[in-house]
Ligand binder design. Structure first.
Ligand code: KIV
Length: 272
């Protein structure tokens, strides 16, 4: 990697990429080990998503994630990263009650994790929180389309943008979040042509997950794209590896070899 490509990625680089027409590349991570591998791979940014509550902790939704949990995972991810921008999710109810509380929680997240930005969900109703956080000097990413923290209100993980007037509302929401100071907006589970319209209406870049190819960047959940989360098979997901199957086979071989006493062998002994 050249010296230039090893410099820390900043939120300004997101804007530069949009201007240059170069896709922004993002994946999630929740720990230092995967974060270091990702950093080496050349991704621009790593999201410490509150999806850790479902992916790692076995919860059904992201709703019970806490600020302390996000700080713990944000800090260990940042420890593994030299170059990529680390963005930490603000969990449910850490920014909805008041802009003051939103700033306090975003400030804690940045101070205690050393991450470079936070992300929060919502349209125009979230603009006061975005404005307050951005005014405090903290970079904020917005999140529109399917917003998992509102899963009960939405009625499940549904593709958004299919109803009459949906494009207009999403464009208005995206512009409100942009105007409030967000440096980028994540678009989740959106009809492709709607994501295209939202992207075209904004100056800041969009990053899509399940929103098709017309966004300024792409995000996937690392555990999904590595094939570790085998039960999750949405149309948009491409698996780039089969680590779940590899892990299962390695574990089965270990069990067998220990039982039949072929592991450890003479090569695996400290003789002195
Ligand atoms: O929590 C997360 O990982 C996210 C993605 C699903 C977009 O917000």
């Amino acid at each position: 990697m050249s010296a230039a490509s090893q410099r820390r990625v900043r939120t300004l680089d997101f804007a530069r990429r949009k201007e240059a027409g170069e896709p922004i590349v993002m994946l999630t991570a929740y720990d230092a080990l995967f974060a270091a591998l990702l950093d080496e791979s050349g991704v621009d940014a790593i999201l410490v998503g509150d999806s850790l509550n479902t992916v790692l902790c076995g919860e059904e939704t992201t709703l019970s994630a806490t600020v302390d949990q996000m700080i713990y995972h944000g800090r260990i991810v940042q420890r593994g990263v030299r170059r990529a921008l680390v963005v930490v999710d603000m969990p449910f109810m850490s920014y909805q009650v008041s802009p003051e509380e939103a700033v306090r929680n975003a400030g804690r997240i940045l101070k205690e994790t050393r991450a470079g930005a936070v992300k929060l969900e919502g349209g125009a109703e979230a603009a006061p929180a975005v404005r307050a956080i951005a005014s405090a000097g903290i970079p904020v990413m917005g999140h529109l389309g399917f917003t998992p923290q509102s899963v009960h209100q939405i009625g499940g993980a549904r593709v958004q943008g299919r109803t009459d007037g949906a494009v207009e509302k999403l464009v208005r929401d995206a512009q409100a979040i942009e105007e409030a100071g967000a440096f980028s907006i994540l678009l989740e589970l959106l009809v492709g042509r709607v994501a295209k319209a939202v992207t075209a209406a904004l100056h800041v870049p969009t990053v899509g997950i399940g929103a098709g190819p017309y966004c300024d960047g792409q995000l996937l959940i690392l555990h999904d794209m590595l094939g570790l989360n085998e039960g999750f098979n949405p149309r948009f997901l491409k698996r780039f590896a089969t680590l779940g199957a590899d892990a299962r086979s390695a574990m089965a071989r270990y069990v067998q070899e220990v039982r039949e006493r072929s592991y450890p062998g003479t090569d695996h002994v400290h003789w002195e």
